[in-house]
Design a protein around this ligand. Structure first.
Ligand SMILES: N[C@](CCCC[B-](O)(O)O)(CCN1CCCCC1)C(=O)O
Ligand SMILES: [Mn+2]
Ligand SMILES: [Mn+2]
Ligand SMILES: [Mn+2]
Length: 304
């Protein structure tokens, strides 16, 4: 089987420069050769060309809307074509706003997909509920049909029709959820396994229940959106919004092993690696941790 790798050097969904260097640091740390070790043929699509849009003033309180919209339209088109050519689409971010285009594009090729969101954050603020106006905290709100009528279209997103239902999402690793996000999660009953549930149930039970109620018949393609800040900041320090008390490396590896065991992983986002926010050592630890977790998606077995 084939993996299509797409670099997305984009960081306008948040204010900290350096997230656009995520693809480069992961490639340099040997991500591609690690994936080649397993029976996957790797197709490297290089990096998406990101256009800069001068004078991209806020739309309401939404920052850089046109830049984020333009980039995500391109991402959607590219991801749709990669998935349609039967490659497992591996998107290297970039900040988490790139999930708007990656999930939108994935849905074009696989309309029945489900989303596994590994993150310290819920990333479902609407343009009206966001405390920051940073679009990396909003991707899911622009994608779910149930929220479409709660805010007017964002400048630059006329192409982006919501394509998933709230019930097609499961959260793993939450520990920093804004009030408006909590309301949405409760209101729509989105399954959310925060670090509290993970401590209470254990990662084995969490994965069992998460996959069971997301896709009881075990037939639907899976979109994994993996924010490295879902892991504990001691093992992924080079990231923009670190939160203490995260997933440890073994929990991260177990999540990926269980997803790989379904055989239905269809697209993966790896986001929010920012090498400008850490020391050389922090960057090495972050990249190595991320690769050792992600490679479990591709059949790497700790038992050999
Ligand atoms: N929820 C936050 C953070 C979003 C992180 C995006 B991710 O997950 O892609 O990295 C705001 C978080 N919160 C605001 C008040 C002070 C503490 C942090 C937001 O800005 O929407
Ligand atoms: Mn996050
Ligand atoms: Mn049980
Ligand atoms: Mn995120």
């Amino acid at each position: 089987s084939k993996v299509g790798i797409l670099g997305i050097p984009f960081s306008k969904g948040q204010p900290k420069g350096g997230a656009e260097m995520g693809p480069e640091i992961l490639r340099r740390a040997g991500l591609v050769s690690r994936i080649k070790r397993f029976d996957y043929q790797v197709v490297d699509h290089g990096d998406i060309e990101i256009e800069s849009i001068p004078g991209d003033k806020p739309d309401g309180n939404v920052k850089n809307p046109r830049s984020v919209g333009r980039a995500n339209k391109k991402i959607s088109d590219k991801v749709a074509s990669i998935v349609k050519s039967k490659e497992l689409c591996l998107n290297l971010g970039g900040d988490h706003s790139i999930a708007i285009g990656s999930i939108h594009g994935h849905c074009r090729a696989e309309p029945g997909l489900v989303v596994v969101w590994v993150d310290a954050h819920a990333d479902i603020n609407t343009p009206l509920s966001s405390p920051s106006g940073n679009m990396h905290g909003m991707p899911l709100s622009l994608l779910v049909k149930e929220l479409a009528d709660r805010f007017s279209p964002v400048e630059g997103f006329d192409w982006c029709k919501p394509c998933i239902h709230v019930r097609d999402i499961v959260y793993i690793g939450l520990r920093d959820v804004d009030e408006g996000e909590r309301w949405i999660i409760d209101q729509f009953g989105i399954p959310a396994y925060s670090m509290q549930e993970i401590d209470k149930m254990g990662i084995k039970e969490v994965m069992h229940h998460a996959l069971k109620n997301l896709d009881p018949n075990g037939t639907r393609p899976i979109h994994l959106s993996f924010d490295v800040d879902g892991l504990d900041p001691t093992i992924t320090p080079s990231t923009g919004t670190p939160v203490l008390g995260g997933l440890n490396i073994r929990e991260g590896q177990y999540i990926m092993e269980e997803l790989a065991n379904t055989g239905r992983l269809s697209a993966i986002d790896i986001v929010e690696v920012n090498p400008l926010l850490g020391s050389e050592k922090d960057n090495m630890v972050t990249a190595e941790t991320t690769i050792s977790v992600i490679e479990k998606c591709f059949g790497s077995k700790r038992g050999g």
